[in-house]
Design a protein around this ligand. Structure first.
Ligand code: ZN
Length: 348
């Protein structure tokens, strides 16, 4: 039986259970009074309606203090159950710190299983969410359930977005894209707004926050691990993947890279998607220059968006990346449209 069939059957069984539980819920309302009944019922439902366990992906070490669970896929499907984003961990003498928690409670739980194997008895002491896209924060719940009321750090704009529309809409979208494999996931909003330049000391390790305006979203943070010359960049830069740039800025991204290279010199850049390494910013910068600079030239020459798209596809900085870049076919059109609009806006 294929995985999707197993999942469909599981979901069917759960729906049948729910119909039964609804009747029981009505009973408990009568028995315990309305509020008690509703909250107990909601809790029971929440605990029962859960997508299946996510398969283990072992930790790999990137530097003396930093470990990662690498996600081979870049986009959510029913088969990968939303496993589309790397999870990064900092091993400090004061406990483990998690940089981005994955797209579901099940992914967070999978990560906790790997941590327990590698670091028996060691606790997670803090979480950081790089931005408000669901694959970077929907795993928060698993860590809070396992380790109690943790500090969850994020840019104030990210806190506001997750508490607002972005939180629930990402939760719902992830359920849809994975054919409900992420069911049971709740939005756990970051509770510690952070500022650019802020430093956190965890035992023998220091983390420094970097934010230089709009790049992938208006409120991305990058987390530098000072002792390791390594910086976690979230989705500000990706490796061999392009996607969601709806809230981002090309010019802002170029500025962000320049500032990062100056203020957080690193021998390893850790992206949310793709492999970490010394050239992640370089790879992404050249792709974006191929797109944006071509659009600027097209706008200046009075050419249409369609003409700009043709020119972008012919640009060697873009065409050389087409074959091994995940999401290229589906996203390049929208990427160019956004670049063209930004070029047009900046021309006035
Ligand atoms: Zn993102």
């Amino acid at each position: 039986m294929r995985l999707t069939e197993v999942m469909e059957e599981t979901i069917m069984q759960r729906r049948q259970f729910c119909r039964g539980a609804l009747a029981l819920g009505a009973l408990s309302l009568a028995e315990f009074g309305p509020w008690q009944g509703i909250s107990a019922f909601a809790r029971e439902m929440d605990e029962f309606i859960r997508g299946p366990v996510v398969r283990d992906i072992p930790l790999q070490q990137l530097s003396p203090h930093v470990w990662m669970i690498y996600s081979p896929d870049g986009f959510p499907t029913p088969e990968n159950q939303g496993m589309m984003c790397n999870l990064t961990f900092v091993d400090t003498s004061a406990g483990l710190v998690v940089l981005d928690t994955g797209a579901s409670v099940q992914i967070g739980e999978m990560a906790i299983r790997q941590l327990a194997r590698q670091f028996p008895g060691k606790k997670v002491v803090a979480l950081f969410n790089s931005h408000y896209h669901g694959d970077h924060f929907l795993g928060n719940q698993a860590f809070v359930e396992a380790f109690g009321d943790l500090p969850i750090h994020a840019h104030p704009g990210t806190v506001e977005a997750i508490a607002g529309l972005q939180g629930n809409s990402w939760r719902t979208l992830m359920e849809k894209w994975t054919n409900q494999a992420t069911l049971g996931t709740r939005v756990v909003v970051p509770n510690r707004p952070v500022q650019h330049g802020q430093e956190f000391r965890f035992g023998d390790v220091t983390l420094r926050i970097h934010h230089y305006g709009r790049a992938h979203t208006p409120s991305d943070i990058c987390v530098q691990v000072l002792e390791d010359q390594l910086t976690h960049v979230g989705d500000v830069a990706m490796d061999r993947r392009i996607a969601n740039m709806d809230d981002g800025s090309y010019v802002g991204t170029f500025k962000f890279y320049e500032a990062l290279e100056r203020e957080a010199p690193s021998s390893i850049w850790v992206p949310g998607h793709g492999h970490p390494g010394p050239d992640v910013l370089g790879w992404n910068r050249e792709l974006f220059q191929g797109i944006y600079e071509t659009c600027v030239a097209a706008v200046e020459a009075g050419r249409s968006m369609e003409a700009a798209k043709e020119l972008v596809l012919q640009d060697p900085r873009v065409s050389s990346r087409a074959r091994d870049t995940r999401g290229f076919e589906t996203h390049i059109g929208k990427y160019v449209s956004l670049a063209y609009l930004e070029a047009e806006a900046s021309a006035f």
